[in-house]
Design a protein around this ligand. Sequence first.
Ligand SMILES: [Zn+2]
Length: 119
Amino acid sequence: MRKVHGNDSFQRINYLYQISKCMAGKNAGLSSYYGNLIINVAKKNVLKIHPDIKRLVCKKCRCTFVDGVSAKMQLKTNNKRKLMQWRCNTCGTIKSFLLDKDKEQLWLERPEAVVEVIA
Ligand SMILES: [Zn+2]
């Protein structure tokens, strides 16, 4: 097993993400407070937030997206490209991601996107 720089912070981000997700739909203010902490912890320690987490934090109010609770997810087609679109219920910001043409899958979810798995 390889030691990773910032492991404690990754654990903290993971924990904060879970609280933020738990608060989504119950208390939007608290959800965005924890979302804000996630971004700040990552910034302070110069870490990259896991794309799965980053994708689900609103870029404006920093609430955590939970489909049907604090945000709405839709699949759209735009110029033959498939998009996954999240709309924040708190501030109305739209975040969209390009999907693979035929598989309805994000690039990061493809096997070749994983370089190394660290414990
Ligand atoms: Zn928002």
